[in-house]
Design a binder for this molecule. Structure first.
Ligand code: UD1
Ligand code: CA
Length: 467
């Protein structure tokens, strides 16, 4: 049987001049992924038989970031235009198994896989030589304009630089995504030249070339919010907005409440349980997973962390690589990091930092505290202003605080140290030795009161000033 599938060529070799960056554009972060990652995923999800990624500028970095099964790299050492990218890909295209080749631009990450398959289906149905994915935009500046002939036919794509005043008014533009008959593409690729105002091999010139050979070139209109390209940082921000809103809308459909779905920043792989409420300015990054019925007050950033059901995160917390069990309450202004594990019903209050520590069920550290490399038991209370002195200038040293301990306010716990089960430490203590279970440790200078001392001082001061 004749092959009917399609393959995809992704253009990603360009230098991204308008982006003004040392790094290739496809390696910039966008709503939790690299820009290039989106189009690669779209290509895979659309079911392409082969995926060729054209690389050039900083090719090694691109290979490192995008190497994965099913992606073949083609190096375009000199970037002489989007048409040149395909000229360079000729050997691969010669032995490609598909009838149809779809060219995607690497900098259009909003494209959905179903639009690619719909484009291919239209292309086949119309028996076209080339089908252009177009879109209608308010402001067509920078895009190639679609010049139509009679019926559905497209006569040419005219790039911004060469467009006449009348052509510049055309609001139907090229998304940069084109679908070709592989055979006809290979037959006419050699007719491209640099003899144009851009002095580049323009892929879009193939439309006029195909027309000269009386080949059928048609267009397929993309949904409005899918084809925006990212040429500069302003467009990067616009596209990020769209992606974040898409994510929030998908989560609302799964039962998550947002105070303002346009003011949350949730990465693609984040999972959130139903009946969780998320305030404004919350960022949920990486592989974060939230249970159901959680409350996230405004302006926290939670990265690669797992929160159980019914957890409350008050305003402005930074939580990175932490695990928090059910019903715990964190913040406001708390900082949890580096593999900290918090049990159920734990309370971590304002200006408390927890680093690489395990905190047992029902334990509280409510105010102004640092717990680093500590193992804290259950139902323990850590007094305000307590610090685990876990660092001797060379290495990190552990502290152990057992169950039902009461650490008084303002304690310095100098590691290594162990506070036994059920013990108390007096406020203001500097604890340097282990404390037996069920005991009281006091480690502070006894107070000395000097009656009348203040009066004496004042007298001396007046005497001195008269001299
Ligand atoms: C391109 C289209 C334009 C369309 C727009 C949509 C051409 C000539 N123009 O313009 O009609 O409206 O996209 O966003 O195709 N690249 C290479 N090798 C090169 C040059 C570019 O791989 O030699 C890659 C770039 O890395 C980029 C893509 O091709 O991912 C598009 O190039 P870019 O310069 O951004 O083209 P536009 O000016 O946006
Ligand atoms: Ca572009």
């Amino acid at each position: 049987m004749k092959q009917v599938g399609f393959s995809i060529v992704i253009l990603g070799a360009g230098k991204a001049t308008r982006f003004k960056s040392e790094r290739p554009k496809l390696l910039h972060a966008l709503a939790g992924r690299l820009i290039g990652e989106y189009v690669l995923r779209t290509a895979t999800a659309a079911g392409a038989q082969r995926i060729y990624l054209i690389i050039g500028h900083k090719a090694e970095e691109m290979r490192k970031a995008f190497t994965r099964p099913g992606v073949e790299f083609i190096e375009q050492k000199e970037q002489l235009g989007t048409g040149h990218a395909l000229i360079v890909a000729r050997p691969e295209l010669e032995c490609c198994p598909s009838d149809v080749v779809v060219v995607l631009v690497g900098d259009a990450p909003l494209l959905k896989p179903e639009t690619v398959t719909a484009l291919v289906a239209t292309h086949k149905k119309q028996r076209a030589a080339c089908t252009i994915l177009t879109m209608r935009v308010e402001n067509p500046t920078g895009y190639g304009r679609i010049v139509r002939g009679t019926g559905k036919r497209v006569r040419a794509i005219v790039e911004e630089k060469v467009a006449s005043a009348a052509q510049k008014k055309i609001r139907e533009v090229n998304t940069g995504i084109l679908c070709f008959s592989r055979r006809l593409l290979l037959a006419h690729l050699a007719e491209l030249s640099q003899a144009n105002a851009q002095k580049e091999f323009l892929l879009t010139d193939l439309v006029a070339i195909f027309n000269r050979h009386r080949l059928n070139v048609t267009a397929f209109e993309a949904p409005a919010d899918e084809a925006q390209g990212i040429n500069d940082r302003a467009q990067l921000a616009e596209v990020a907005k769209v992606l974040y809103l898409r994510r929030a809308c998908a989560l609302m459909a799964e039962g998550v409440t947002f105070t303002d779905p346009e003011a949350v920043y949730i990465d693609p792989d984040v999972v959130i349980g139903p009946d969780t409420e998320v305030g404004v300015g919350v960022s949920l990054r990486g592989n974060t997973r939230l249970g159901s019925g959680c409350h996230l007050e405004p302006y926290s950033t939670i990265t690669d962390s797992v929160l159980g059901d019914g957890v409350t995160v008050r305003q402005s917390c930074v939580i990175t690589n932490a695990e928090i069990a059910a019903r715990a309450a964190i913040g406001p202004f708390a900082h949890l990091r580096m593999g900290s594990t918090l049990g159920a019903d734990v309370r971590i209050g304002n200006f408390v930092e927890v680093k690489h520590s395990t905190i047992g069920r029902g334990t509280k550290a409510q105010h102004l505290t640092y717990l680093g490399d500590a193992t804290v038991g259950e139902r323990t209370n850590i007094g305000a202003g307590t610090i685990t002195c876990n660092y001797d200038g060379a290495q990190k040293i552990p502290t152990t605080i057992e169950d039902e301990v009461f650490i008084g306010s303002g304690n310095m716990l100098v590691a290594p140290v162990r506070i036994g089960r059920g013990s108390y430490t007096a406020a203001g203590s500097t604890i340097t030795k282990d404390v037996e279970p069920e005991s009281l440790a006091i480690a502070r200078t006894p107070q000395v009161n000097k009656p009348g001392w203040a009066g004496e001082r004042k007298k001396n001061q007046t005497h001195n000033s008269k001299r």
